[in-house]
Ligand binder design. Structure first.
Ligand SMILES: C[S@@+](CC[C@H](N)C(=O)[O-])C[C@H]1O[C@@H](n2cnc3c(N)ncnc32)[C@H](O)[C@@H]1O
Length: 272
């Protein structure tokens, strides 16, 4: 059995909201259930600008992949917490610019695995792994024959670290980032962003809601300083860190009414 070909080991739980399906609904997708939509309704009561935030985040992901190929010469991607396939996924953007680009999608959600395989059936340059992103050694082993780890790779952690709780061991978000970065060669990139709010009440209320809704499949909404610390030891690009909506925008930065106000996806890009 080749890497990524193990059968669906977890069945889809239609009664517990999943982050992947909630995000799909926020983006206007149809791969979600009533339980996901109900959880989104509660979330929107606490943070009404969340749909805008999700769309802005997805636009950042698409923009950053384009720039990684064009400006940083990246043709290998390791996408942690890739989410459900939607329009213009990482491999489609990268392969449009450089057809030889290879992409590994890693996600724990069984529906992502099922949908991803369907979409990618005929794409030999793309691999979908049903794996916890904290299992960095397993992911490294599983991708050794597919990615060339002696050449630059972009490791993406886009809108996923808030799904990881703090831990005192190698499963802590900072430790996961360090473990992945330590395996990358010079010329590689790390893209890191997660949900951040300056408002302690939003941080607390959303964290509690999401933790309860997903039955513990959630981490924490953090502060900008906490996310900045994830970049320790890495070289942040000249773009700096901040609301990802401001990272190399294609058009002039949106006015206040087009920005999420309750919380933001905060982070940026670093090189090795
Ligand atoms: C908000 S979505 C982000 C999707 C995509 N990265 C984007 O920015 O458009 C978060 C994804 O992370 C996945 N996820 C959460 N915890 C994970 C873990 N420990 N390992 C792998 N994937 C995880 C969820 O299933 C979900 O698909």
């Amino acid at each position: 059995m080749k890497p990524g070909e193990h059968p669906l080991t977890h069945s889809i739980d239609m009664n517990t909201p999943s982050v992947a399906r909630m995000y799909d609904w926020l983006l206007g997708g149809v791969d979600n259930y009533a339980t996901d939509r109900d959880a989104c309704a509660l979330l929107l009561e606490i943070a009404p600008s969340t749909q805008l935030l999700a769309r802005n985040n997805r636009a950042f992901l698409q923009r950053v992949v384009r720039h990684l190929v064009k400006d940083f010469g990246i043709t290998q991607f390791l996408d942690h917490g890739s989410g459900l396939p939607t329009q213009d996924n990482v491999h489609q953007i990268a392969q449009r610019l450089k057809p030889e680009s290879k992409v590994v999608y890693v996600d724990t959600d069984p529906i992502v695995l099922a949908q991803g395989r369907t979409l990618l059936q005929e794409n030999e340059k793309t691999l979908v792994l049903h794996e916890d992103m904290r299992e960095t050694e397993k992911i490294h082993e599983a991708t050794k024959g597919f990615l060339d780890w002696k050449k630059p790779i972009a490791a993406l952690f886009v809108s996923v670290l808030h799904c990881l709780p703090d831990a005192d061991d190698d499963k802590d978000p900072a430790a996961v980032i360090e473990a992945v970065a330590s395996r990358l060669v010079p010329g590689s990139c790390m893209v890191i962003c997660q949900l951040v709010s300056d408002d302690p009440a939003v941080r607390h209320d959303v964290t509690r809601l999401m933790d309860e809704s997903t039955r513990g499949n959630w981490g924490r909404v953090r502060s900008g300083d906490e996310v900045r610390a994830y970049f320790d030891g890495l070289t942040i690009t000249e773009d700096g860190l901040g609301d990802v909506i401001d990272w190399r925008p294609d058009t002039p930065p949106p006015p206040p009414g087009r920005r999420a106000t309750d919380w933001v996806e905060w982070g940026g890009v670093a090189t090795l």
